[in-house]
Design a protein around this ligand. Sequence first.
Ligand code: RIB
Length: 306
Amino acid sequence: MLYNFGSINIDHIYRVAHFVRPGETLASSSYRQVLGGKGANQSLAVARAGGNVCHWGQLGNADRWVLEMLSAAGVDTTNVELIDGPSGHALIQVDDAGENAIILFPGANHGFDAARIETLIDQARPGDWLLLQNECNRLAEVMTQAHERGMVVAFNPAPMTAGVSELPLEACQLLFVNRGEAAALVELDEDTDRDVLLEALEHRLPEVELVLTLGSDGVCYQYRQQRLYLPAHRVAALDTTAAGDTFIGYFMAARQRGKEVEHCLRLASTASALCVQRAGAAPSIPVASDVEAAIRGWPELVMTSY
Ligand SMILES: OC[C@H]1O[C@H](O)[C@H](O)[C@@H]1O
C-alpha cells in the first residue's frame, strides 16, 4: 500500500494579467473554487494513474464534499479525519503565462497531534510506501517513525521552508525536488547548473534516489552510478498548478507497480504535460487513459543516460 500523509486545501483561483504588486488592487478575469493541496493532488494523481493510495489527512467539517471527490477517484479516505475548525486553503493567482503565485492557510493540515501520528503509523507494514509533502505539521516525527517501522519514504519538500533542512532526509528512499528546492537544500544559487546541483545533493544524501524536476526543461534522475535526463514535451501551458503533484503521483503509481525508473519518468512527465494544458489543481490531473493516449500519439522523447 502507498500511504500519503498530505495536505488537503480548498483552492481559490484567480486568473490575472500579472501577479498583484505591492499597493496594487487588481481585478481578476475569473474565479474558481476547486479541490487542491499538494497532498490531495498527489493522492488523486496516484489513484487516476491506477495506483492504490490511502490518504492520511485532516479536513474541516464544512468541507466533507472533498471526501466524496477523493473516494470517487479511488482514493481510500478512511483515514481523513473531519475536525472542528477550518480546512487548509490556498489563494492562487494564475497569470497569462500560466504561472502561479500561492498564499497558503494551513488550517486543519497543521492540526496533527502525536497520538494521531502514532495511530496512523501503526496501520502500516514494513515495505509499505509513505509519501509526504511539506504542508502538514510534525513531518520529522512522521518520517522517523515511518522509517523505524520499515516503511519506504518518498518526500517532496514543497513548499520549501527553512525547516526542511532539519528533517531526517536520510530516512528517505526517494526525494522529489525542483530546482529551487534542490538549490536551497545544498545552499547554492537557483541558477546553478543542474548537474552541479545533483552532485551536491548526492554528496549530501548518497543513499537517496533523487528526482530533479526542471519544468519545461525536463527532469533528471540520480541514484548511485545511474544518472538519467528526459526532456519535457513541448506544450503551451495554460496553468502550471499541480503539474509537480501530477508528476509525483504518476511516478509513484508506476513505482508501486514495480516499473523501471525510465518508465516511471516517461509516464510522469507525460501526465504533467497534460496537466499544464488544463486549468485548476485537482480538476487538471489527467486520467490514465489520456496519459496512455498521449504516450502513443506524441513524439517519443529521447532519454539520455550519462
Ligand atoms: O501544488 C499545487 C497546490 O499547492 C497548494 O497546496 C495549492 O493548494 C495547490 O493545489
